[in-house]
Every structure is written in structure tokens, then in C-alpha cells.
Design a protein around this ligand. Structure first.
Ligand SMILES: Nc1ncnc2c1ncn2[C@@H]1O[C@H](COP(=O)(O)OP(=O)(O)OP(=O)(O)O)[C@@H](O)[C@H]1O
Length: 258
């Protein structure tokens, strides 16, 4: 039997504008299992970031709820939630005056005392995250000295350092070169398998998502679907969302061709 770590109940996501609720997508119902790598796909403006931010309790659902281990996240304090979910957002710019090492070490904050003292276990976790993300050689650089791609790898390292059962990443490879792009997807897939973490990535890298993910989440014009890339319903929706004169989904090779 699958081990459910997160569940949504009739989730309705969106924003409050001039005191009026504007829904982006409704009736979102899914379960995420332990050890899964999932990719969230959709066109620009379809609601990917909105969904991730709602899951991370940075936005309040218009309706419905999200449970982690059967506990409504409404009832979790920020520190409690930080032990379950690590989030990497596109716009999350860390403190500029810190070094890369200090920034990544901040991932241990939910576990350290008020002095922020790190123990051997914390240091091992930090070093392992830096090794996996190829950020060792950047350790002493200041955050503002990094390229966009280097910063993206540092933020992924910080999320890994938080050592949570769930990691949410919003377009984590948008600035990365092809080598690091593939590398990050491979690393995240390996982490899911080896440590039973659940990783959800929003991405425009459709072919990488098709190749590496266990399941896909599709969001489009208020419709939401979840399933394997080989499921008929997912393949039909992939075509509806992304097929155009320039790009076509080929179900035989399970990839988009352009
Ligand atoms: N703070 C906000 N207030 C009101 N509407 C917003 C806000 N942020 C985003 N939106 C709207 O919500 C919709 C979904 O935006 P969202 O950022 O979730 O899309 P996305 O799928 O992540 O897009 P992209 O692929 O371009 O990053 C868009 O129509 C956007 O204009």
C-alpha cells in the first residue's frame, strides 16, 4: 500500500483582490506518496506557483484544506511546518551579506536552539547537501557574488539541509545550464528513492519531467489532473495543454517533439 504524506481536500486556490476571492483552480484533490518525485506542469499563469505557495501555507486556500500526515496544516506553527516542508521559490532571495555556507546552514534553523548552534549531525547534513548540489567550491563566496544558476543550486542545497519529508521547488532549474539541469533532476530522483522524501517540482522542462518523474500534476484553465505520464488521461491533457504548430506530444516515445 502507498504511504500518503500529503493530501488535499477539495482545494480551491487563488487570491483575494479588493476583498473578493478570485479562484485560479478549484476541486484540487490529490494524495502525494512517500518517496515520489512529482512534476507540476502547466502553461505560464496556469497556477503552479499559486498551488505550491498554498501548500507551503504562504497563501490561504479560498476553500478546502491540506493535510500532512493527516494533520491540517492550518494547525501547524511555522516552525512545525518547517520540519515537514522545505520550499524553494523563484523569488526567494536570501540575505545578501551571508556566505554560501551560512545560507545553506540556515536550513538547520528549525532544529537548532535559539543560539543556532550546529552539532556534528547538522554539519554532516550541510556537507552532504553541498556535495550533492556541487556548491562546495562556493562555500566562502557571498550570496550577492553568485550567478543566477549558482544561487539556484545554493537554494536547493538549503532545502536539502532542512531535511524535511517534503520538498517543494518552483522552477528550480530555470537558470541552470543543461549539465546542472539534468544533474539536479537526477539528484532529486535519487534522493526520493534513497531517503523516501517526496519532491514536487514545478517546471517548464516538460521532457525532463516526463523522463524522471513518478507522476505528473497538470494544471490548466481551472482543470487539475494527476497521474503517470503513461496514463491515457494524462497524455490527452498533455496534448490539450501543450500541443501547437511548433510542438507535439509523441506518446510512443513519451516526449514532446519540436
Ligand atoms: N499576488 C497575486 N495577486 C493576484 N493574482 C495573482 C497574484 N500572483 C499571481 N496571480 C495570478 O494568478 C495566476 C496564476 O499565477 P501563477 O504565478 O501561479 O502561475 P504559474 O503557473 O506559476 O506561471 P509561470 O509559469 O508563468 O511562472 C495568474 O493569472 C497570475 O496573474
Amino acid at each position: 500500500m502507498k504511504n500518503v504524506i500529503l493530501k488535499t481536500n477539495n482545494l480551491n486556490i487563488g487570491y483575494t483582490i479588493s476583498k473578493k476571492s478570485v479562484s485560479i483552480c478549484k476541486q484540487i484533490n490529490f494524495e502525494l506518496y512517500k518517496g515520489e518525485l512529482l512534476c507540476l506542469l502547466g502553461r505560464n499563469g496556469s497556477g503552479k506557483s499559486t498551488l505550491l505557495k498554498t501548500m507551503a501555507k504562504m497563501l490561504t486556500p479560498i476553500q478546502g484544506s491540506i493535510e500532512i500526515n493527516e494533520e491540517n496544516i492550518e494547525n501547524l506553527s511555522p516552525k512545525e511546518l518547517a520540519k515537514f516542508i522545505a520550499v524553494v521559490l523563484t523569488e526567494s532571495i536570501p540575505e545578501n551579506s551571508l556566505t554560501v555556507y551560512e545560507t545553506i546552514a540556515l536550513g538547520r534553523q528549525p532544529y537548532t536552539n535559539w543560539l543556532g548552534k550546529l552539532f556534528d549531525k547538522d554539519i554532516n547534513i550541510i556537507q552532504n547537501a553541498m556535495l550533492l548540489t556541487d556548491t562546495n567550491n562556493l562555500a566562502n563566496k557571498l550570496i550577492h557574488q553568485l550567478s543566477d544558476g549558482q544561487l539556484q543550486r545554493v537554494m536547493i542545497a538549503r532545502a536539502l539541509t532542512q531535511d524535511t519529508p517534503i520538498i517543494l521547488l518552483d522552477e528550480p532549474t530555470s537558470h541552470l545550464d543543461i549539465h546542472h539541469k539534468i544533474n539536479i533532476f537526477k539528484i532529486l530522483a535519487k534522493i526520493c528513492k534513497e531517503t523516501q522524501k517526496t519532491v514536487l517540482i514545478s517546471t517548464h522542462e516538460i521532457n525532463l519531467a516526463l523522463k524522471t518523474s513518478d507522476r505528473l500534476l497538470l494544471i490548466d484553465q481551472e482543470k487539475f489532473k494527476i497521474g503517470k505520464s503513461t496514463d491515457n488521461i494524462i497524455q490527452e491533457n498533455l496534448m490539450t495543454i501543450f500541443n501547437s504548430d511548433d510542438i507535439r506530444y509523441d506518446s510512443t516515445s513519451n516526449q514532446f517533439i519540436f
